[in-house]
Write a protein that binds this ligand. Sequence first.
Ligand code: FE2
Length: 426
Amino acid sequence: MFDLIIKNASLTDGQTGIDIACRNGKIAALERDITADAKEIIDAAGYLVSPPFVDPHFHMDATLSLGTPRMNVSGTLLEGIALWGELKEVQSIEDIVQRALQYCELAVAKGIGAIRSHVDTCDDKLTGVQALLEVREQVKDCLELQLVAFPQDGVLCDPTAMQNTIRALDMGVDVVGGIPHFERTMADGAESVRLLCEIAAERGLMVDMHCDESDDPLSRHIETLVFETQRLGLQGRVTGSHLTSMHSMDNYYVSKLIPLIAEAQVHAVPNPLINIMLQGRHDTYPKRRGQTRVREMRDAGIIVGFGSDCMMDPWYSLGKADMLDVAFMGLHVGQLSSRADMAWCFDAVTLNSARIMGLDGYGVAKGCEANFVLLQAHETIEALRLRAHRIAVVRKGCVVSRSDPQIFRTTMNAVGKDLDEATVKN
Ligand code: FE2
């Protein structure tokens, strides 16, 4: 007797007609024609069962705050940071908890199983840290929330940021963050990377830095991050987020840089939705796209995962917790249009991001955690094309969100005559 069996599923590797049986929170069997009984049986009808979506870069302390205390008029990163400073003055722990829980509920319904969220540590009260530690505990049965201590105003620029970042880590924040391109000088940026990586090494923690989120081709803190990763033996535990300056860098320099990133096993997290919106704001025409060099890093063996970064906050007023939207945008901006490239974009919001976060038991395979999402699509490229509807979301073998397959009704009027209403699935 199983807890749950999904019948006739397609898998992301192309297998079809697969039954998935779950017991005690794990995938106990994965094969054709499982005839055993279960407390619940769901007919997947040939639709795709994917491991959960993973968002490796988000800001949960800011989400759903759009318009408080005002809107970002210029649409720039710098006005967003200034606006965030105003919001921090007026928001309470309860405000952040309430908004974050609302976001988590949406994220779970959209099939997200894990989120790495940065939390601002430039606040002597550590309001966001207190709030998100509480949220991490409250959502743990439905969602893995990993927190990054993020000194938004610069760990050297802000006079109390270093001690507050260390306090946040002492309180249980998981990962060490930073923002070297926001420090006052290039030298301070490099120093911030050194200091923060040393803290991570001493504590055995991962690192995830906002790195070179700029159109300045000379913003090269990723080089220092790679150097410190090697010096301190942090290989495989460090991520550079955004890395947008690489879009504008000299090709010769990049030909040296990318192999160094690969050698240090530093991961990369571009955030396509926000960076296609923010970058190139100082350009006339042609305007730079600002997305980092995804294809080239992937081809060099660097693990690249797409993050969402923001939803309805001082930086980005749109979004719906949909990692297929994120991958769809990354695909277009990166011109990743071959069949293999598009399939890889699906991996960038699932498998790759799970590796970046260091998730255990991730995947749709026997022995893995029974966490997955049933999508109304037959394979990964179709899922991307449609930003497929989530029919069911399963966590530890229990259905935590479900909705009926969507049916699209279309009334078509051709030239000079009416056509009958057509009902089209998908
Ligand atoms: Fe970010």
